[in-house]
Design a protein around this ligand. Structure first.
Ligand code: SOE
Length: 393
């Protein structure tokens, strides 16, 4: 890879959980990976009264409180959007029009229409654009993809994906923008189910063509409180409650173009499951299984192992031969959630430096958005749920 001393100057929009995570990634990436261009954390855009302090503690040169003052600045090369979904389209379209490289958090947008406009603009723009489906950068999932692409699982028959969290299982867990349909688009479905959809399509190299879904909101309203665990709590603790306008949980079956059957579940109220982003894929010649709560491990089954020795083997995905692992610690020492975002930043910069597309493109992310829309349409349309006949006796 060529080496240039011209820095890539970054504006991160959003100072919440994701903005801080991306800032950490941008700072760390050049310390462990060869990027080909220096990185400068130029400006953090946020809305916090102590934003200047937050920006400097995260390593930014400056702080701004209006993204419109930043996206077309000549001294910014990358616009990194880490704000709620209702802002993505406007920000990304402005940044693309200004010729910037754009990294945008998932889900890409709040509607198919917005996502498609973003994908069209990205395809026509000079910059590189990418959507932050960060789990693609988990070494174990990248290793699984390699196995599947090499044909080691044979014909793919089952895709079984669950993304289970429990931070909303308490009815008094505070209200945040993630519970507001206008801001977040949807609930568990778009927030975490979108990851499963993207992972499933990316791992298999296949696409979902039809779904049958059901969704439910178990807790109708939630207390308004100040900052909730960095996930964007709003207002004061005055006893007021706001209506939840998104799903707590979604479940759907799916058909893939090449014939596989999919079963998906996304929930933020599965008590005891903190961040169980799981996927299992069964093919004619083998299977893989993964659970993010054990992110350094991949289970792999080969149908051609000798009889009497068959079983799911547990691979520690920490050898230098594994994706991304050579840059890190000795085998067996493991990585964490933040490493996904570091790898994402590395892949994005490599695409910029190498003049290639960065995957997932906005077009790939728009394809996920179409599945999200199909799931909601199916769930809102009662007739797709066939009633079970009651026993007449
Ligand atoms: C909150 O539900 C959340 O932070 C998601 O928004 C992320 O995408 C996921 O990685 C972890 O959970």
């Amino acid at each position: 890879m060529s080496i240039s001393t011209t820095p890539l100057r970054i504006a991160v929009i959003g100072g919440g959980f994701m903005g801080r995570m991306h800032a950490h990634a941008w700072r760390t990436a050049p310390r462990f990976f060869h990027l080909g261009r220096p990185i400068e954390l130029s400006v953090l855009v946020g809305r916090s009264p102590d934003g200047g302090d937050v920006a400097s503690s995260l390593g930014f040169d400056s702080y701004a409180d209006d993204w419109r003052d930043v996206v077309d600045r000549d001294d910014i090369d990358i616009v990194d959007i880490c704000t709620p979904g209702d802002t993505h389209a406007e920000m990304a379209l402005a940044a693309l029009a200004a010729g910037k490289h754009v990294l945008c958090e998932k889900p890409l947008a709040n509607s198919v229409d917005e996502a498609e406009r973003m994908a069209d603009a990205a395809a026509a723009a000079p910059g590189v654009s990418m959507c932050g489906f960060s789990y693609r950068r988990t070494p174990a999932l990248a290793a699984a993809r390699r196995l599947i692409a090499d044909g080691r699982l044979g014909e793919i028959r089952h895709v079984r994906a669950q993304y289970l969290q429990d931070w909303l299982s308490d009815p008094d867990a505070p209200y945040t923008w993630r519970m507001d349909r206008d801001r977040a688009g949807s609930g568990a479905l778009g927030d975490i189910g979108a990851h499963s959809i993207d992972t499933a399509q990316w791992l298999t190299g296949d696409v979902i063509t039809a779904v049958s879904a059901t969704m439910r909101t178990f807790v109708a309203d939630r207390p308004v409180m100040a900052q909730a665990q960095g996930l964007g709590g709003v207002g004061d603790a005055d006893g007021a409650r706001l209506p939840v306008t998104v799903d707590d949980a979604a479940a759907f079956t799916a058909r893939f173009a090449q014939g596989a059957l999919g079963v998906f579940e996304a929930t933020r109220i599965a008590t005891g499951r903190r961040n169980a982003n799981r996927i299992e894929i069964n093919g004619s010649e083998g299977s893989i299984a993964f659970d993010f709560e054990r992110m350094n491990e991949l289970e792999y089954y080969r149908a051609d192992d000798p009889a009497g020795e068959q079983g799911l083997r547990r691979i520690q995905v920490t050898e230098p031969e594994h994706p991304y692992a050579a840059a890190w610690w000795p085998a067996g020492h493991g990585l964490g959630y933040e490493h996904l975002f570091i790898h994402q930043a590395v892949d994005f910069v490599h695409a910029i430096v190498g003049g290639t597309d960065a995957s997932p493109t906005f077009a790939e992310a728009a394809a996920v958005q179409r599945v999200l829309a199909a799931v909601e349409a199916s769930a809102n349309h009662d007739s797709v749920m066939t009633p079970v006949e009651r026993n007449p006796r």
